[in-house]
Ligand binder design. Structure first.
Ligand SMILES: [Zn+2]
Length: 450
């Protein structure tokens, strides 16, 4: 099969019929072209991207005027010689900065923003999983167009295994979207996760799979993996309050024994565990149980940061969403969400100092998908990262968390051609990443270009 470029079929007459078919397939949507990309044949043309500036994600020093040669879905060469460039196959990004495709390691494509409990209940009670899946296809395309060529979607919030199907539809070229790793239904204990507050005789849906006891938890992990979970997501704490000494306290959900069973079963089956843990006990139990990433981590005790650094446990801070929902939740009677921001900033600064691995994650879906998740970058820099560090958290570091470092996260020969471009200099002004105007995923242009 030819690439999208090859599909234009000028070179070999014998392939004209096939090329015509591919041309039709191409116009049924960018996704179809992606499928033809999955097995690029010898006819795949080379496409050239002329980058005014290249930040390849390996080094912190940008390079000027670099041409990237892309063949099929992969990068063939970074720094292709001028003499080799075919003008007709050149995408001119000479006034842009090229970067590796961005990676958001904490999204919810099945969610449309839930500032208040009512927002959340409405989605689970009044929208069918089928309708929510239709909305999710739009969110997946939005994520890609914002510049996120990979996402880790950390649970469907009551929409069952729809994320696994969404991933399948993207991989089969049915709809456009980022590369996805999915967590399916997530796990929590009885009485800990919405929908809550309804009469005992009223049966309402839950945003998670409810499990109690190590055996039930282990069985649920097996079930979720059977239906397509790449990750297991657990909710490790709830009910937050700020103590006088500045420590954010919580009620831990799972017992340590339950959490350990979940981690053991997931790891036994070569899956990783992401733990929603915002405060003291939830984080501590998660770190002790050996989870792979701490999600949110508004407060993390110094000893737990030390353990995380030693074990290589990732911190996915999701700052923007906290700021986004704070006022709304305070108005609803939970002022702790406003106070949490200062605690979060202090934790984030301590985590950088402690050398904890930090991966970019936004909780998109927790806020509406019409908001660009790249607003997270500005918070990371405001709270102490350099722009280069923030960009690396969303490229090389995020790929490390996802276990896809050999495929994505940097711009180098042999990796997927997941490349984005912005008009200005993101190393001087990180908000440039909110202005991605060119997106290529697997050698296929998803936005901008020419
Ligand atoms: Zn989340």
């Amino acid at each position: 099969m030819g690439s999208r470029k090859g599909a234009k079929g000028k070179e070999i007459p014998a392939l004209r019929v096939l090329s015509a078919f591919l041309l039709i397939a191409m116009y049924t949507g960018p996704g179809r072209a992606q499928k033809s990309q999955s097995a690029p044949g010898p006819t795949a043309k080379v496409v050239y991207l002329r980058c005014g500036v290249l930040f390849d994600g390996k080094s912190d020093s940008p390079r000027k005027n670099v041409v990237i040669a892309v063949k099929g879905e992969k990068i063939r060469e970074v720094g292709a010689p001028e003499a080799e460039i075919v003008a007709a196959e050149l995408i001119d990004l000479s006034r842009e900065t090229c970067l590796p495709g961005l990676i958001d390691t904490h999204t919810h494509v099945l969610l449309q923003g839930d500032i208040t409990a009512a927002d959340y209940d409405e989605q689970l009670l009044k929208q069918s999983p089928e309708y929510r899946t239709i909305l999710a296809t739009v969110n997946a395309r939005r994520a890609l167009e914002y510049g996120f060529t990979s996402i880790r979607d950390v649970e469907t919030e009551g929409a069952g295994y729809a994320d696994a199907d969404l991933k399948k539809a993207i991989n089969n070229g049915v709809i456009p979207g980022p590369r996805m790793q999915v967590a399916t239904r997530a796990l929590d204990v009885t009485g800990a996760y919405p929908l809550l507050g309804y009469a005992p005789n009223v049966h309402v849906p839950h945003g998670v799979q409810v499990v109690d006891g190590a055996d039930e938890a282990r069985k649920a992990v097996r079930e979720q993996i059977m239906y397509g979970a790449d990750w297991i997501k657990v909710y490790s704490d709830r009910s937050y309050r700020l103590r006088d000494d500045g420590v954010l306290d919580d009620i831990p959900t799972f017992t340590l024994e339950e959490l350990k069973a979940i981690v053991d079963e997931a790891h036994r089956q070569r899956r990783k565990v992401a733990s929603h843990a915002m405060a003291l006990n939830g984080v501590h139990n998660s770190v002790e149980a050996g989870v792979d990433s701490i999600e949110h981590g508004n407060y993390i005790a110094p000893e737990d940061l030390k353990t995380m650094a030693a074990h290589g446990t990732f911190y996915v801070p999701t700052i923007f969403v906290g700021a986004y929902v704070a006022q709304g939740r305070a108005a609803e009677g939970a002022p702790v969400w406003v106070k949490m921001l200062a605690v979060h900033e202090e934790t984030f600064r301590r985590a950088i100092k402690a050398g904890v691995k930090i991966a970019f994650g936004t909780d998109a879906g927790g806020f509406a998908w019409t908001e660009n998740p790249a607003q997270e970058f500005a918070y990371m820099v405001k709270w102490g990262m350099t722009p280069a560090q923030a960009i690396r958290s969303a490229t090389a570091s995020a790929a490390e968390l996802l276990g896809t470092s050999d495929q994505v996260g940097t711009i180098e020969a042999g990796k997927f051609a997941d490349i984005v471009a912005v008009p200005g200099d993101p190393l001087a002004d990180v908000t440039q990443l909110e202005k991605v105007d060119f997106v290529m995923k697997g050698g296929v242009v998803a936005k901008g270009g020419r």
